[in-house]
Design a protein around this ligand. Structure first.
Ligand code: ADP
Ligand code: MG
Length: 318
């Protein structure tokens, strides 16, 4: 299969919203008046972000999911995306499964594939998503205020649990591994929650590198500090690591690859946050509060401040 056959067979679909999709030198988007475009790119590199033998359907899902997660973090509605793909060979079965996972998630969020680039080379996937948000209403990292509550969606640490097991550092019961692996390989972008939080959350971001490091970005950009309750535990972590509270804490606080939202909101809006979580069918947990004193303080099960530090993931720190 040649480059253009691949594109025509797997990546060309009629567009409904975009003014022009795949097939010309540019795609054309028609921005809705009064809206701002939200744009984000995320690249997945074999051996760095995924294992070479990962199921292609799951890889297609994840490549778009991590991008939709960025739109969610800004409270934007997905519109369209481009796909830049480097493939070692034109393996039609592999590309078909990849496209199936990718486009199923795209359709679920009404996000159109409008263009891209296809080349031969090491397996590498770079997606750029375009979303829209009413002008001035995007959720930013810089809006947290002292006194705000801090929340996270879903559960944290499951993906890291799977990674530890897949790399042979721990053994898990098969059903726990399967569930954790699904969280690693097919994360759920919190798109509905993100949009519903417009006007409620004072700041937000998505968790890709680990809670503490990512929350640190909100704190730095908002020039505030925070106090966090570290008792938060995902049911999968509890099942997988019944006797290792320390590793549970590491996975939760600094695991990475969660693709959950972390956001802040004024305490007066607690009922609205709860209603938003319910309406978007996304569990949300309050884990701490923003403080004017800078720095991040962790509380243990007894409410005592912990001294231990947890490093988040950083591609260039190892
Ligand atoms: P150009 O020569 O202008 O770079 P290409 O030959 O790379 O264009 O691509 C032809 C058309 O196919 C363009 O509309 C481009 O956006 C689209 N395209 C290429 N690769 C992909 C892909 N992986 N997914 C979706 N569209 C693609
Ligand atoms: Mg090209």
């Amino acid at each position: 299969m040649g480059e253009f056959d691949l594109i025509r067979t797997f990546f060309t679909h009629p567009v409904r919203r975009a003014a022009l999709g795949v097939g010309d030198d540019c795609a054309l988007l028609a921005p809705t008046p009064g809206m701002q475009l939200a744009v984000s790119s995320d690249m997945l590199v074999e051996g760095r972000h995924f294992f070479a033998d990962v199921a292609p359907l799951r890889l297609g899902h994840k490549a778009l999911a991590v991008n939709l997660s960025d739109l969610a973090a800004c409270g934007a509605r997905p519109l369209a995306f481009t796909l830049a793909l480097s493939l070692p060979r034109a393996d039609a079965a592999w590309v078909a499964a990849f496209a199936e996972g990718l486009l199923a998630l795209a359709d679920a969020h009404d996000c159109e594939l409008i263009g891209g680039d296809t080349t031969q080379g090491p397996l590498n996937i770079c997606i750029t998503v375009f979303g829209e948000v009413p002008a001035g209403q995007a959720l930013l990292r810089s809006g947290a205020r002292a006194g705000d509550d801090i929340y996270v969606s879903g559960s944290l640490g499951d993906a890291r649990l799977a990674l530890e097991a897949l790399q042979g550092r721990l053994a898990l019961p098969p059903e726990t591994l399967a569930a954790a692996r699904l969280r690693l390989e097919m994360p759920t972008p919190r798109v509905a929650l993100g949009q519903a939080l417009r006007g409620i959350a004072s700041s937000a971001l998505d968790l890709s590198d680990g809670l503490l490091g990512d929350l640190g970005h909100i704190l730095a950009q908002s020039r505030v500090g925070a106090c966090i309750d570290t008792r938060l535990t995902s049911p999968l972590l509890a099942a997988g690591l019944p006797n290792d509270a320390e590793l549970v804490r590491q996975c939760t606080l600094a695991g990475g690859d969660d693709y959950e939202l972390c956001f802040t909101a004024a305490p007066a809006l607690r009922a609205q946050v709860a209603a938003t979580a319910l309406a978007s069918d996304t569990p949300v947990t309050r884990i701490g509060s923003v403080q004017s004193q800078t720095g991040l303080r962790l509380l243990d099960a007894q409410g005592q401040e912990m001294l231990k530090r947890y490093a988040s993931f950083d591609h260039f720190s190892v």
